[in-house]
Design a protein around this ligand. Structure first.
Ligand code: ACO
Length: 443
């Protein structure tokens, strides 16, 4: 990489500053401004952090221009038919594919920790039946801190593995319990004989008189959804986990915060919005053409959900894989889904629309993932919960990477203050005094 300079020169007035250039293994270039304020008094301004690298990471690589995604150096396309989600989780967290013995040991840990503490199980009975499952999930992950206080602070690898295994295993049980609660159904305990995805489906769908039997296509599709969501470098929820973890908050609290960040409709909640949008079109509330037109209207808050991405300015490679999986799964089902046809129509319209072309807006992972989850009988309000289960290994991997980095410090950005200046303080104090008088006067 001979053409990359070692330093950048910043000229501010009559002074100039040399800033080191940092180069990643795929040639990404960054200017290290960490000492700039000390040297010059200036900070950099990047309101949505879209041009700011906050760490060095070796977990996931994305090239948004080319539509490339790799986990630990392996292209995402390699994960389509194999391996299991648990194997991918281990790989993301520990940096390489596990040996058979390591995988067996980790799977055994997941089985051992799949039950919730009985008090935690009883707590579910107090939750309103219509409570949003994402609220239940976030609260319940944080609640793990009640029951596993030995992991609130640790430095050894063995404790980390124990805490991570509890999270990856129990998140499934919590998700299934949240669903059962919303349906007014009795909770199903996990079945240690079942593998990760089958166990989740069993806990969600088995009835006391009828064991849920899943087809291999459904198990594979769920595995694929989890694998495709497992990490995506510095996205909003992962960054949240890093921010919380940077204060040395524990792994449970940090991942619980990740769930809250994922909930939003501009992030993981988009898969729900996609289905709501498709349903609206299906019931005749608007045509696909009107939907596209509304999403382009400047004054409108409506967006074509499942389209666009902060990093991808090309196809999100996961969206292609999920679209193909949808075709495969629907081919094995006796029924189709009218929403799938509407989604295809919207995609076709958007991809040839100049507005979307000019802004490089392509389908993202959420455009088809909800349709795939629907095909498995998973209800819309559980979509983002399933996304969270998938993303958990990524959050844990990033938490660990940051925790293990001796140079990492608490994440604490700066701001440019634009509030009341010092020369207006007299006026502010007078206003405060007025308010105090009003509050003290009898009403
Ligand atoms: N529909 C219509 N217009 C869009 C869309 C969309 N889905 N996405 C972006 N645009 C437009 C914006 O209005 C803006 O137009 P302008 O330049 O005329 O003002 C331009 O494209 C750039 O958009 P930004 O908002 O600056 O893009 P940003 O990087 O901030 O946001 C985001 C990315 C949040 C994903 C956005 O594309 C969006 O809201 N998409 C819909 C929600 C969605 O699908 N989210 C899931 C993302 S994937 C994930 O989190 C798992």
């Amino acid at each position: 990489m001979a053409d990359i300079p070692e330093k950048a020169i910043l000229i501010l007035g009559d002074k100039q500053y040399e800033l080191p250039v940092v180069v990643g293994t795929e040639g990404e270039r960054a200017i290290d401004i960490s000492k700039l304020r000390d040297q010059s008094g200036y900070i950099t301004y990047d309101p949505s952090l879209s041009n700011t690298g906050v760490c060095k990471s070796s977990i996931t690589f994305i090239d948004g221009e080319k539509g490339i995604l790799r986990y630990r150096g392996i292209p995402i396309e390699q994960f389509v038919n194999y391996p299991s989600f648990v194997r991918v989780a281990w790989m993301l967290i520990f940096g390489r594919m596990p040996t058979s013995a390591e995988l067996a040991q980790f799977s055994e840990l997941l089985t051992r920790h799949e039950l919730l503490h009985e008090s935690a199980r009883h707590q579910f009975q107090q939750i309103p039946v219509d409570a949003p499952p994402m609220a239940i999930l976030s609260a319940s992950l944080n609640n793990l801190s009640y029951y596993h206080q030995q992991f609130l602070a640790f430095e050894d690898t063995e404790s980390f593995v124990e805490a991570a295994a509890r999270l990856i295993s129990k998140v499934r049980t919590i998700a299934a319990f949240a669903y059962r609660r919303s349906q007014g159904l009795p909770f199903n305990y996990p079945d240690p004989k079942l593998r990760y995805c089958e166990n989740l489906l069993h806990m969600m769908f088995s009835l006391p008189h009828q064991q849920y039997i899943c087809t291999p296509e459904v198990v594979d599709a769920l595995n694929l959804v989890l694998v495709l969501h497992a990490d995506h470098e510095q996205n909003c929820s992962t960054f949240t986990v890093r921010v919380v973890g940077s204060s040395k908050a524990n792994l449970f609290a940090s991942c619980s915060a990740g769930v809250s960040a994922l909930w939003g409709p501009l992030h993981g909640g988009a898969n729900v919005k996609v289905i709501e949008m498709l349903e609206e079109i299906h019931k005749g509330g608007m045509t696909p053409e009107e939907c596209i037109a509304e999403s382009k209207r400047k004054e409108s808050k409506f967006r074509l959900f499942g389209f666009g991405h902060r990093v991808y300015k090309n196809f999100d490679p996961r969206s292609r894989i999920i679209r193909d999986a949808c075709d495969r799964v629907f081919a094995t089902l006796k029924h189709g889904d009218p929403l799938l046809d509407i989604a295809r129509k919207l995609e076709e319209l958007a991809l040839k629309d100049q507005y979307f072309i000019d802004r490089n807006l392509y389908p993202n992972v959420d455009f088809y993932s909800g349709l795939l989850l629907r095909s498995m009988g998973i209800p819309t309000n559980m979509f983002t919960v399933i996304f969270s289960i998938g993303r958990l290994p990524g959050w844990i991997a990033h938490w660990k990477e940051q925790h293990d980095d001796p140079t990492s410090r608490i994440l604490r950005p700066r701001q440019v203050y634009v509030g009341l200046p010092e020369n207006r303080i007299e006026a502010a104090l007078a206003q405060a005094e007025e308010l105090r008088k009003v509050e003290q006067s009898p009403t």
